[in-house]
Design a protein around this ligand. Structure first.
Ligand code: COI
Length: 354
């Protein structure tokens, strides 16, 4: 942990908070009064500043717009039972952010800007953190190339920004998922593990196709055979079979190393389940389902937290689940919420007090 850094702070003259019902908002539509901005000039970070939330000026030749050198993170801060606000595992996101930066040939962001800057920004806008169950203050740090030149080469200059958004659940109801066997999210050696904008852009067309058929998201499969499971939409995925929890392993570098994924694995073990990280074939899931051995399926992510999957469509085969009868998924969510809202002791050291 670093000492508090002096960040130039310009507060708003008048807060917009009264204009927005933060206990009843969709995901990612409203933003708090302030934002943090920092610039990288090719050698050092400078001009770290917290100021009123406002548009940024972009030159038409901005390199990020053309070639996509752009990464982000998703983190949440929660209202605590004792009245404070705490951030869930920000150091894990900081490490992952910098791993994404390295892969995309971008500079790493120092702790005193990413974590301490975030803390100071949230301290200023803490009244924007909702109290409602399943609501949180969503934190969006992002970094993009800011050279103005259209030659294809890594940018020298970069801009880092953190914005905050009071938010409710990303997927409020159990989801219908389409197993994607034509399009690919990630291949070994690619950027699947990095939280880079292009991964999300490339997912939009296949997702829109699935949505036209009534599915909310796709279950991505491997690039070579479309046989092995990777992720669901923007989430990691878990399959519960009796006392076992299966989730795809990370070693191929095609899957995001989710912070919620890690937390859920810890909680599952504490609940007495065996957690198995390995390759999982869709055919195997189908066989398990036919035998009545596939009990619960859910996605995990910062925005989504834990989202139940009520249907998986694999070719002509439909796997439907009665989510009302589930026991494991609701318990994970309860246990995680108790930790995140400060209702139980933080034995894992996951909560970072603002
Ligand atoms: C997350 O924060 O969980 C994300 O991946 C961002 C999501 C809105 C795409």
């Amino acid at each position: 942990m670093v000492a508090a850094m002096e960040i130039k702070t310009t507060p708003v003259l008048r807060s917009r908070l009264q204009e927005i019902d933060i206990e009843n908002v969709p995901f990612g539509k409203y933003f708090t009064d302030h934002m943090l901005v920092a610039e990288y000039d090719g050698k050092t970070w400078h001009s770290v500043e917290i100021k009123p939330y406002q548009p940024i000026q972009i030159d038409p030749s901005n390199a990020a717009l053309h070639y996509g050198q752009s990464i982000f993170e998703g983190i949440k801060a929660y209202h605590q039972e004792n009245g404070g606000v705490a951030i869930f595992r920000p150091y894990d996101n900081w490490h992952r952010f910098n791993a994404s930066a390295v892969r995309m040939q971008m500079p790493e962001v120092p702790e005193e800007i990413f974590v301490e800057g975030m803390r100071q920004l949230i301290a200023l806008d803490k009244d924007w953190c909702p109290h409602h169950d399943d609501h949180a203050l969503y934190i969006r740090p992002f970094l993009f190339a800011s050279d103005n030149a259209i030659g294809v080469r890594p940018s020298e200059k970069f801009t880092f920004i953190i914005i905050l958004s009071p938010t409710g659940p990303y997927y409020p109801a159990p989801m219908r998922i389409y197993v994607e066997e034509t399009y690919t999210r990630a291949a070994p050696g690619g950027v699947g593990y990095a939280k880079t904008a292009g991964n999300y852009a490339a997912a939009m067309y296949p997702t829109a196709r699935a949505q036209q058929q009534g599915y909310q998201q796709v279950l991505w499969t491997d690039a070579f055979e479309h046989k092995y499971v990777q992720e669901i939409g923007t989430m990691n995925v878990f399959f519960i079979s009796g006392k076992k929890a299966l989730t795809p392993s990370l070693e191929e570098g095609t899957i995001l190393d989710g912070i919620t994924r890690r937390s859920v694995m810890t909680v599952l073990k504490e609940m007495g389940l065996e957690v198995i990280e390995r390759r999982i074939a869709v055919d195997e899931l189908q066989e398990m389902f036919k035998k009545g051995e596939l009990n619960e399926v859910f996605g995990t992510g910062t925005a989504a937290t834990v989202s139940m999957i009520r249907e998986l469509k694999y070719r002509d085969f439909i796997m439907e689940f009665d989510t009302n009868a589930w026991t494991v998924t609701p318990e994970i969510l309860n246990r995680l919420n108790d930790i995140r809202y400060g209702k139980v002791a933080d034995e894992h050291g996951w909560m970072f007090q603002v």
